[in-house]
Design a protein around this ligand. Structure first.
Ligand code: PEP
Length: 255
């Protein structure tokens, strides 16, 4: 496991155009000034921006990722879709898969665990790093089903996935995304530990899996989140769309 290295992964969702590169350039400038910090910065941007941003940021310390991909390795009759080979060739090094905004619970035709598993395998085959999102809904949490839900998502999503060192698990409670709410310290501690134990029991090679947290991360709550044992970084949605907010999170993380 990478001990001190912290991931700060921005998920831009449906945001940004070519001019938004200035946001990332500002972050880059800040990171260069504070080189000593051990952080890995990834921006998962809309597909339209991957090629442009990745070529502009070549040889920099910022990595570009994608937000989803199709499960098929080959070209095919899938209107509007892009597969892992295509995003890789466009310059992405990471891809977010299983995000709750793309899962079946949110979208009528959304991703099932089975599809997510196929996507993960295809992405790894094409040498992409996978940010695999898991998380329970508010209702499931209320019914005390969090561990059961996470366990099922891990079992199905990572079923016969061999190269676990290409996988980062992003624990994103669905009720926390975009709401300003985060889990209580104890609760999050327990859940991260549960995920780590679950990986230990179910997979060989599990020590290489990083676990990050996502859901309403901001510069005010980061000090609480970073205190959780075993967290390797953060997946940051809304706050990654502003250089100031993103930089403040990083700054406050190392305070
Ligand atoms: C996300 O969508 O992955 C996310 C973490 O969003 P937010 O930070 O806005 O809650």
């Amino acid at each position: 496991m990478t001990n001190n290295l912290k991931y700060f992964i921005g998920n831009w969702k449906m945001f940004g155009d070519f001019s938004s590169l200035k946001i990332i350039n500002n972050v880059k400038f800040h990171i260069n000034k504070t080189k000593s910090k051990k952080s890995r910065i990834v921006f998962c941007v809309p597909s339209t921006l991957i090629r442009h941003f990745s070529s502009k940021l070549k040889n920099s310390n910022i990595i570009i990722g994608a937000q989803n991909c199709h499960f098929s390795d080959d070209y095919g009759p899938y209107t509007g879709s892009i597969n892992s080979k295509m995003i890789k060739r466009a310059g992405a090094k990471y891809v977010i898969l299983g995000h709750s905004e793309n899962r079946i619970q949110k979208l009528h035709n959304g991703d099932t665990d089975f599809l997510i598993n196929k996507k993960i395998k295809s992405a790894i085959k094409n040498n992409l790093n996978v940010i695999f999102c898991i998380g329970e809904t508010f209702k499931e949490r209320k019914k005390n089903l969090t561990n059961k839900i996470l366990s099922g998502q891990i079992n199905k999503g990572l079923h016969s996935v061999k190269n676990l060192n290409k996988v980062i698990i992003a624990y994103e409670p669905v009720w926390s995304i975009g709401t300003g709410m985060i889990p209580k310290h104890n609760e999050l501690n327990k859940t991260i530990l549960f995920i780590r134990r679950k990986l230990s029991k179910s997979f060989k090679n599990k020590n290489s899996v990083k676990i990050i947290y996502g859901g309403s991360v901001n510069s005010k709550n980061i000090h609480k989140l970073v205190a959780i044992k075993g967290i390797n970084g953060f997946l940051i949605g809304g706050a990654s769309q502003s250089a100031k907010n993103f930089i403040d999170i990083i700054k406050n993380c190392y305070k």
